[in-house]
Design a binder for this molecule. Structure first.
Ligand SMILES: *Cc1c(COP(=O)(O)O)cnc(C)c1O
Length: 379
């Protein structure tokens, strides 16, 4: 059994993908070019943004968006401590300071009540607070309307880290279309994954889009004419071609993911009172980049081993919140600073999830978890 099954997906669309890759090999255009332009147009239309800019990864997309927003050393940017490190890393790479706000314990996304308190306190203290980066963790948007409202009141930008939530809908709008810009990732295991690194920045701000287009090619405005210090942050044509071949299947894949999540949740509710299935708010959808449950902290390690011994792979997203990572000790946070994120990091467990998951496998996973609970609790 696989945690994320990229090979079944390739077999299912093999003909289209092989044709697309060979089209690029025949063209001799390997970086940017027409494949990327076409992908940018169709994904921007899908999410409801004016522009899409293909970039080398989700991480580089975040970095490029922050560069285009003129983030400077000493600026402060609020984000969540319970995310993949790239979210806060992009802030720190520019010499700006990530300020964390604890999570809503139900969705594991940024808590907007705490966001408002933190913004007020920082502004009162004279902080150079510039913006907020909410993350659509596990595939479900954060409370984007409230976040946009708070940001609007205080003159802050919103940059959505949609690396896990591409395709998710929130109150009739799609992830990636909020705030100043949204960034997604095409890392192979993401909901819309390529066969290598890649990402896209979406924005409806033409000035920002042009700036990112330039920054991803060393700040170039014409060949060998550089207006800004940029990076090498371009999307490869082969990745764009693979994604163009896969994208027509994406809506169907989201339905399959939702169906698989529904089966898990129904089985867990029926069989496993000790385990909490993920909660999806009524006003939004989840693309289930991960299907992540909460198990009692003292059972998690035993559960992981028990499942592993029986051929069921799992993952922990994430075993340590960012404020407790060694790389961020310079921020000066200690244990206890964000208790909800810390608690979540002890309890979360991601189960196998992909569009080709079969109900009998899901049944076996839940039954094996049941056995694990019985064995571990008695012991
Ligand atoms: C995957 C991910 C990223 C980084 O994307 P890459 O394409 O791997 O650089 C950033 N933020 C979150 C929340 C992610 O899940």
């Amino acid at each position: 059994m696989k945690f994320i099954d990229v090979s079944s997906q390739y077999q299912a669309y093999k003909k289209e993908i092989d044709l697309a890759v060979h089209r690029v090999l025949d063209s001799g255009q390997f970086i940017l070019g027409q494949e990327v332009v076409e992908l940018e147009a169709s994904l921007a239309e899908y999410v409801g943004a004016e522009r899409g800019i293909g970039v080398s990864s989700g991480t580089d997309g975040l970095l490029l968006a922050l560069m285009a927003l003129d983030v400077l050393p000493g600026d402060e940017i609020i984000t969540t401590p319970f995310t993949f490190i790239a979210t806060a890393e992009a802030i720190a790479l520019l010499g700006a300071r990530p300020v964390f706000v604890d999570i809503d314990p139900v969705t594991c996304n940024m808590d907007v009540g705490l966001l408002e308190e933190t913004v007020r306190a920082l502004r009162a203290a004279g902080s150079r607070l510039r913006g907020v980066i909410p993350v659509g963790l596990y595939g479900q948007c954060a409370d984007m309307d409230e976040i946009e409202r708070i940001a609007g009141e205080w003159g802050l930008f919103v940059l959505e880290d949609a690396c896990q939530s591409f395709g998710a809908v929130y109150r009739g709008r799609r992830s990636c279309a909020f705030g100043s810009a949204g960034v997604t990732s095409f890392f192979p295991s993401k909901p819309l994954g390529g066969y290598g690194d890649g990402g896209m920045v979406f924005t409806s701000d033409a000035r920002m889009a042009d700036r990112i287009c330039s920054l991803r090619v060393h700040g170039q405005v014409a060949q060998y004419s550089h207006r800004w210090i940029g990076v090498n942050g371009r999307l490869d044509a082969i990745q764009a071609a693979v994604l163009r071949a896969k994208f027509p299947h994406f809506p169907e894949e989201l339905l399959r993911r939702e169906r698989a999540a529904g089966i898990y949740t129904e089985r867990i509710r029926a069989r496993l009172p000790e385990v909490a299935p993920p909660a999806v708010r009524e006003d939004r959808s989840c693309v289930f980049a991960q299907y992540t449950v909460r198990v009692p902290a003292d059972l998690r390690e035993g559960m992981v081993d028990f499942l592993k011994e029986r051929g069921i792979p799992t993952a922990v997203h994430y075993p340590a919140p960012l404020h407790l990572q060694q790389a961020f000790t310079f921020l000066g946070y200690g244990p206890g600073a964000f208790p909800r994120a810390e608690q979540a990091s002890l309890e979360v467990l991601s189960l196998p999830m992909h569009p080709f998951l079969e109900p009998p496998d899901q049944e076996r996973i839940v039954e094996t978890m049941k056995e694990a609970v019985e064995t571990l609790v008695v012991r």
